[in-house]
Structure formats: structure tokens, C-alpha cells
Write a protein that binds this ligand. Structure first.
Ligand SMILES: [Zn+2]
Length: 432
């Protein structure tokens, strides 16, 4: 791993650093003024593959402290309440509760508009100007996504739109900003500004221990923005330990890092779909990746292969599927078909029905040779269908040009999924 990281570092583009250069220096200087001494060995740089990130000038052994951020430098709901927009969220007449993300996004929108007058100016200037999350896709690009991605994008969109609508009704009649005299809704809290801030919170917030809040929140009060610390990029190959005390939020590396190599942390064992939808990036050979399968896709293959059983399919089997939630987590991973996918296929394709016996077969993984053959036949059919489908998707997505960076990532994601399906197909069915 160390070697890989060193290679990454050598690929810096000096010219690209400039912009990051001044904003990051100012951020470090600002943190120093807030009595936050950053570790001497952790520095920022621009990396070709990940963009801005952090590296260590010294060798870091396992369990090394990466950063210790005083709690007063975290932006939490508590920070928002102490600001001049804090009272917007505390009024008793709110029928609906707010979400963590919504409150923090509103705060970032507000502070960004304050410019140099914001206490958080150095931090806000260090944030990316643009994001590559699917919220940035055009209507045409969204229409060109495969259904399984489009559904996820719609969920994200609905969340930001609803959060914005509620915020607009909270701001209500305060039409002009007391600070600059501009229109609060048209200028300060415009939808694009709020969406940018929403992306900021979505892609960069960390989880902290839940605390109570004077705001009526609909989720646990656990989100915080963490200046500088949010410059660490994600790797699927590492883990990170968090230690939180009353005074500080600390990150420890669970791996070793060679001098001058980018130091990564883990945002969690996420699939590429999750990474794309939430953070706006994807990772090649992601060990946590899965290609989702729908029950309908399975049914289609089952119906084309086992005509007789599909006709005699009974209510009891459906109940067994529902009771054991066997339509959830239907997918292919690097390991092959998921447990529920195999169980679901068995229940849709097997002959006859005996509840106890079937349940035992599924959970003990005890199928007869004949049953195993049927399951394999359906898995093969499913893989072939999906590979053909994904090949078409990649080819039709490639025709959309020019496209946004976010759409390019979606296309890469579908390509990675196609690779994963082909790899499983090869592993399971190709004669060696
Ligand atoms: Zn203003």
C-alpha cells in the first residue's frame, strides 16, 4: 500500500495547488489563532486521483494520532443556536422538526454570505466550490441513468428540496437581511446556495456523540463539520478509530503510512452506489461494492426457466419470503450472490412447498444437488441478463456528451458494476 501511496504523491500537479495553497494556509493559520495546534507532520497537497488531501511527512505507525480537533472548532447544531440565525430554529410554532443536516446547511449558507465577516470564513473558503454528487446532474443526465441509480438520486433530491421548502417557510416574512439588506430568500438563501451547503454537510460532516438540543430535531443530534479534519480522503482499504472526549475529537489511523504518502481515513464500509450518492465519488475494486438485483429481475429469469413452478407458486411461499425479508439485500458482491438472493431464488424456483423444510434448507444452506442446479441455472441466467443490460447502459451513457463530472462518475460506476458481474460470471461459470 505504501508504494501505491508514494506513487500517488509523485503525481502532484504543482500548478493546481495554487488555489488550494492560499486557502489551506489561511485555514491552518486561522486554526492556529484559535489555539488549535495541528500536527507538524500532517500537511495538505493536491493529488491527481483524489484532489486535495492530507499526507504525512513522517512514518505513521498503527494507532498513530492523526489529528486532535478541539470541540469548539466543530460546527454543530449547538454552534448554529449560538449564532444570529439560531432563534429561527427554536421558535415554538414549528409544527415540523428539523434535521441536523438542514440546520447545519442553513448555517453554512448564512455564514458563507457573511464573507470576511464570518467567524468561519477561513473554513468556508477551504470548501470545494463545486461538488460532484448526483444533485449536480442535469435533467437530461438524470434521465440517462439506469433505474437503480435514478431512484437513489430522486431520494437525495427530494430530501434537499423538502429541507429547503421548510427552511423557506421558517424564514417566512423576514424578507430583507439585517446584515446586508439583500433579499433573504432570493439572494442569501437561494436554492443553489442552500444546495451547495447541503452538499457540504452531506459529503464532509462527521458523526459525534449524540447530545440534546434546544431545536426540535427529527434525527439524533450527531452531525458536525470538522475544519481541516475533513480534508482526509476516503480509502476502502483502511479503518479509522475515533476518540471523542469532552474537549476534543480525535482520529487515529488503524494502518501504517509511509512518509510523504497520502493518509486516508475510512468513511465507512460503503458500496460504490452509496459513495456516489452521498459523497460524489466511486472507488475501483471497492471490496464493499455490490450490484443490486430486484425481485422482478429474478422473477423474470425464474419464469423463463421454470415454467411449471411459477404457475404453482403459492401464497405460503410469498409469506415465507416476506417473513424472512428475503427481498432485501438482493445483490451480487465480490463473493458472489448474496444470501437473500440465493434464498429468494430457491423459494421462487423450488418444487412443492414445506415451510419448515424450506426454512431449514435456506438457513442451513442445505440444498439437494437438483435444487443447487436450479439455483445455479437461475443465477447464470440472471448474470447473463444483467451483463447484457449493463453493457447497453454503459454504451448509451457514453453517447451523452458533453456531460457533467457527476455523470461521468455515474458512468464509471456502472462500468465498475459491469466488471464485477463479469468477474463473478467468470468465477462461477467459466471452465478453468
Ligand atoms: Zn446579508
Amino acid at each position: 500500500m505504501g508504494r501505491l501511496q508514494r506513487k500517488r504523491k509523485r503525481k502532484w500537479k504543482k500548478g493546481v495547488v495554487e488555489d488550494g495553497d492560499s486557502v489551506c494556509s489561511k485555514l491552518v493559520q486561522w486554526m492556529g489563532e484559535k489555539d488549535c495546534a495541528l500536527p507538524d507532520n500532517i500537511r495538505w497537497a493536491y493529488f491527481n486521483d483524489t484532489g486535495r488531501g492530507l499526507f504525512s511527512t513522517t512514518y505513521l505507525q498503527k494507532d498513530s494520532l492523526l489529528i486532535r480537533l478541539p470541540k469548539r472548532l466543530l460546527i454543530t447544531v449547538h454552534t448554529v443556536l449560538q449564532s444570529c440565525i439560531g432563534n429561527w430554529f427554536c421558535r415554538a410554532d414549528h409544527s415540523q422538526a428539523f434535521s441536523n443536516q438542514q440546520v447545519l446547511a442553513a448555517f453554512i449558507t448564512w455564514e458563507r454570505h457573511l464573507g470576511h465577516e464570518s467567524r468561519w470564513d477561513a473554513y468556508i473558503r477551504s470548501l470545494p466550490r463545486e461538488y460532484t454528487t448526483p444533485l449536480m446532474l442535469s435533467g437530461r443526465e438524470k434521465a440517462a441513468l439506469p433505474t437503480y441509480l435514478r431512484d437513489g438520486v430522486h431520494v437525495q433530491e427530494r430530501m434537499v428540496v423538502e429541507a429547503y421548502k421548510q427552511l423557506v417557510s421558517t424564514i417566512g416574512k423576514r424578507s430583507l437581511c439585517e446584515h446586508c439588506g439583500k433579499s433573504l430568500l432570493a439572494d442569501v438563501f437561494s436554492f443553489p446556495s442552500f444546495q451547495w451547503a447541503w452538499n457540504t454537510v452531506n459529503t464532509r460532516a462527521v458523526y459525534v456523540k449524540p447530545t440534546t438540543s434546544a431545536v426540535k430535531l427529527r434525527d439524533e443530534n450527531t452531525l458536525a463539520l470538522a475544519p481541516f479534519l475533513d480534508l482526509f480522503n476516503h480509502s476502502c482499504l483502511t479503518n479509522t478509530t475515533v476518540e471523542e472526549t469532552a474537549e476534543a475529537y480525535c482520529l487515529f489511523s488503524s494502518g501504517e503510512w509511509q512518509p510523504n504518502s497520502q493518509v486516508f481515513i475510512s468513511y465507512g464500509p460503503h458500496s460504490n452506489c452509496k459513495l456516489y450518492l452521498e459523497y460524489g465519488f466511486v472507488v475501483r475494486s471497492n471490496p464493499h461494492d455490490v450490484v443490486p438485483v430486484t425481485a422482478e429481475e429474478v422473477d423474470q429469469v425464474v419464469n423463463s426457466i421454470c415454467e411449471v413452478t411459477s404457475k404453482t407458486f403459492c401464497k405460503a411461499r410469498n409469506e415465507l419470503i416476506q417473513q424472512n425479508r428475503l427481498t432485501e439485500n438482493l445483490c451480487f458482491s465480490n463473493e458472489g450472490p448474496s444470501f437473500t438472493l440465493q434464498a429468494y431464488i430457491f423459494l421462487r424456483a423450488a418444487c412443492g412447498f414445506d415451510k419448515n423444510l424450506f426454512q431449514q434448507k435456506i438457513f442451513a444452506y442445505e440444498f439437494t444437488e437438483v435444487e443447487r442446479d436450479i439455483i445455479n441455472k437461475i443465477i447464470l441466467g440472471l448474470l447473463c441478463d444483467k451483463i447484457e443490460d449493463y453493457q447497453q447502459q454503459v454504451s448509451s451513457m457514453s453517447q451523452l456528451s458533453p456531460c457533467s463530472e457527476s455523470f461521468g462518475l455515474a458512468r464509471t460506476l456502472v462500468k465498475y458494476h459491469l466488471e464485477l458481474l463479469e468477474c463473478i460470471h467468470k468465477k462461477l461459470f467459466m471452465v478453468k
